[in-house]
Design a protein around this ligand. Structure first.
Ligand code: TXA
Ligand code: MG
Length: 351
């Protein structure tokens, strides 16, 4: 199947909507990452998503709707008060919430679970596409399983050429990491996957929030995850990735020492660092993750990991960032990409 990348103008959005209405799959932009969309109410259409991604069938999808008024199309029962507050505050936006599912949502979407993940995207192309399709759209990130999520149409093409007919190009994604996933089936919101809506932002609205321990820790052997997606090692680059954390000066000294050693060992090495630290690495190979701060790192992280593979980098060394605000989402994705290989920088005499 030849895959075409089109500008996201009205004509091509209408065509993409038609493809979805007829049971097909298209790639499309959202404010977080690109999605692979199909009719959420058609089991046959949803299977095509799993096939295109090589996604394990026990990993459920997110259903995208236009606004909270459409929730009753896909969920069942009462919405807790705190979830209403969160919708008012952060929908449309990078927030997904989990509720008991309506009967009409196929079990293929929820991977057999009785709950469904729902999101109201903010990106105008995603919104127009939901309208054009005339149905809720089930969409995971548009990468092949195990690859970093795509943040440009070119990334989607890399992974999906030959597998889907069409990609809408909406330029690079603003947030760069997938939406925050919040379990809204309990007494209190519980973050299963951190993203653009931070724990601080949620607590600010609801007064309380729990962060699932799987967010920054690997699952223990045999432990069952609350969010099935978290058990898979996501975003694994081909090169070996290590994260170094510590006070900036110690962190940078340690990264330099590790870099020099890997270079001596004949490796192709690169450092992922904040742009504001660039000069402190001398002439070492640095891939800047934005200028400064976790938001900018988030927007660049997945593109940088893809670049590492494309350039054949065998040893990747990354700066840690404080696991606060957007930094929690950055550290969640980075830790998984590194298979939790995280080391503490020692004092500057470390060698
Ligand atoms: O930003 C995003 O959320 C993007 C764009 C396209 O909207 N989508 C996305 O989908 O990241 P995906 O499939 O890559 O991630 C969905 C996550 C997985 O970790 C999955 O396990 C979790 O949501 N999930 C979905 N339904 C769930 C449910 N019923 N209970 C618990 N976790 C669920
Ligand atoms: Mg994904």
């Amino acid at each position: 199947m030849e895959c075409k990348v089109y500008p996201s103008d009205a004509e091509h959005i209408a065509e993409a909507g038609r493809i979805i209405a007829e049971g097909g799959v298209v790639g499309f932009p959202t404010e977080t990452v690109y999605g692979l969309g199909a009719d959420a109410l058609s089991e046959a259409a949803v299977y095509k998503i799993f096939e295109a991604k090589d996604r394990p069938p026990d990993n459920p999808l997110i259903v995208h709707i236009l606004d909270a008024d459409d929730l009753s199309l896909v969920i069942d029962g009462e919405v807790p008060e705190y979830a209403k507050w969160l919708m008012d505050a952060y929908w449309p936006g990078p927030l997904t919430m989990i509720f008991p599912k309506a009967q009409c949502v196929p079990l293929a979407v929820t991977a057999g679970l009785s709950t469904v993940a729902v999101r109201v995207p903010a990106h105008p192309v995603a919104r127009s596409l939901i309208k054009a399709a005339g149905t809720p759209i089930a969409a995971p990130s548009a990468n092949r399983s195990g690859r970093p999520s795509p943040t440009t149409a070119a990334h989607v093409f890399q992974d999906m050429n030959g597998r889907i007919p069409m990609i809408l190009d909406g330029g690079p994604c603003k947030v760069g990491l997938e939406s925050t996933v919040v379990d809204a089936t309990g007494d209190m919101p519980r973050i299963l996957r951190p993203g653009g809506v931070t724990p601080e932002m949620i607590r600010g609205v609801t007064g309380a929030v729990e962060v699932d321990k799987s967010v920054l820790q690997p699952l223990a052997l045999g432990e069952k995850p609350r969010s099935p997606g978290t058990k898979y090692q996501h975003y694994a680059p081909k090169g070996k990735l290590t994260i170094v954390r510590g006070a900036p000066e110690d962190m940078i000294n340690t990264l330099c020492a590790l870099y020099d050693r890997a270079l001596q060992d004949g490796q192709s090495v690169a450092i992922l660092a904040m742009g504001s630290h660039r000069n402190l690495y001398g002439n070492r190979m640095v891939r800047e993750l934005g200028g400064d701060g976790a938001d900018e790192m988030a927007a660049e992280l997945f593109a940088a990991l893809r670049e590492m593979d494309d350039r054949g980098v065998t040893r990747i060394l990354a700066e840690a960032v404080e696991a606060q605000g957007m930094g929690l989402a950055v550290m969640n994705r980075l830790s998984r990409a590194a298979a939790f290989d995280i080391i503490d920088a020692k004092g500057s005499d470390w060698s």
